[in-house]
Design a protein around this ligand. Structure first.
Ligand code: HEM
Length: 163
């Protein structure tokens, strides 16, 4: 048996995984918290992305918005990893076979890589461009890629149920 499948099988049969799976209310409650996490994470990330794209919040500097919203982005992400992990544990072998779930995880990884690349390249010189009417192309591109990936991640999350 494939190692990853064995791991999913084990996870699904842990007391926690089985409890969520066999309960009528636990999955919907956790999924609701997962959705609150989407609001906090994707909402806060979108504020920054729209600013990077030069579409909104132009009267705030990028560094000020980043300082204000990054803690919310991290808090939302932590909620997503915890609640997503619990949902996953309750249907781990089903998720193993879901192509849409794999695409969602790949897009989450891509969003992380996009944020890291932005942080270590363009953001290093934020002081030199954040007051320009139009930010450098790499900055606007990072914002566009991020928005598109979050759209895709939310869409894939919803789509899993029908895959
Ligand atoms: C990081 C950002 C994330 C976003 C924006 C996100 C978004 C969503 C959305 C919109 C749903 C659909 C909720 C519904 O149908 O009511 C969902 C479901 C789900 N998510 Fe996430 N999610 C994220 C992270 C994660 C992570 C890290 C995991 C697992 C480790 C995960 C596992 C799941 C599972 C198992 C479901 C339920 C699928 C089903 O059976 O319908 N999610 N997610």
């Amino acid at each position: 048996m494939h190692t990853l499948y064995s791991l999913c099988y084990w996870l699904g049969n842990t007391p926690l995984g089985s409890a969520i799976h066999n309960s009528t209310w636990m999955f919907p409650v956790i999924e609701t918290v997962h959705l609150f996490g989407v609001v906090v994470l994707v909402g806060s990330a979108s504020v920054l992305d729209l600013r990077l794209m030069g579409v909104a919040f132009k009267d705030y500097t990028v560094s000020r918005l980043a300082a204000r919203f990054l803690p919310w982005i991290w808090a939302g992400f932590a909620v997503q990893v915890i609640t997503g992990g619990l949902l996953f544990a309750s249907e781990a072998t089903k998720m193993y076979g879901s192509g849409v779930f794999r695409v969602k995880m790949l897009m989450i990884a891509a969003a992380g890589i996009n944020a890291l690349v932005f942080h270590f390249l363009a953001y290093r010189s934020v002081g030199t461009w954040e007051r320009d009417p139009v930010a450098p192309l790499s900055v606007r591109l990072a914002g566009v890629i991020s928005v598109l990936l979050w759209f895709g991640i939310v869409g894939a999350g919803r789509w899993i149920a029908y895959s």
